[in-house]
Design a protein around this ligand. Structure first.
Ligand code: HEC
Length: 110
């Protein structure tokens, strides 16, 4: 226990940069000043079903795409563009970069 108390601050300090950038991206992905990305693209960007409904063609579903393989450039473009379903966001390139990095790290540790 004593051992842990001595080394924990060191450990936290040495990883501070990495953790804060990751957490920043995590925070932005969950709360990008608007509807959360995870509502439509899932917890890790893998995509998810937004809504299911029925029409004359039967059961339909609206899905948010898998964005794990998107490039940073595509992500910046997507966030700043108008879409039919996805809202437009007002995030800086740095903020989109943080989201992008967050998804990269999150999906590389599985
Ligand atoms: C209301 C649901 C919704 C939300 C919220 C949402 N998206 Fe999307 N997103 C979509 C859908 C649906 C598409 C597929 C294109 C379309 O029809 O709008 C898409 C497409 C994309 C694409 C791919 C564009 C391409 O090149 O194919 C990226 C990248 C993306 N979204 C990132 C994000 C990020 C980052 C956020 C949060 C800041 C976000 N999305 C929030 C629904 C959503």
């Amino acid at each position: 226990m004593k051992y842990l108390l001595i080394f924990l601050p060191l450990l936290l300090w040495s990883q501070e940069d990495f953790i804060s950038h990751y957490e920043y991206g995590e925070m932005l992905y969950a709360n990008p000043r608007g509807v959360s990305c995870s509502e439509c693209h899932g917890k890790s960007g893998e995509g998810t079903t937004i809504v299911e409904y029925r029409d004359i063609h039967g059961k339909q579903s609206l899905k948010g795409s898998d964005i794990r393989q998107k490039s940073l450039k595509e992500m910046i473009h997507a966030v700043n563009a108008y879409h039919e379903v996805m809202p437009r966001y007002y995030l800086t390139d740095q903020e989109v970069q943080a989201i992008y990095d967050y998804l990269k790290v999150k999906n590389s540790t599985k």
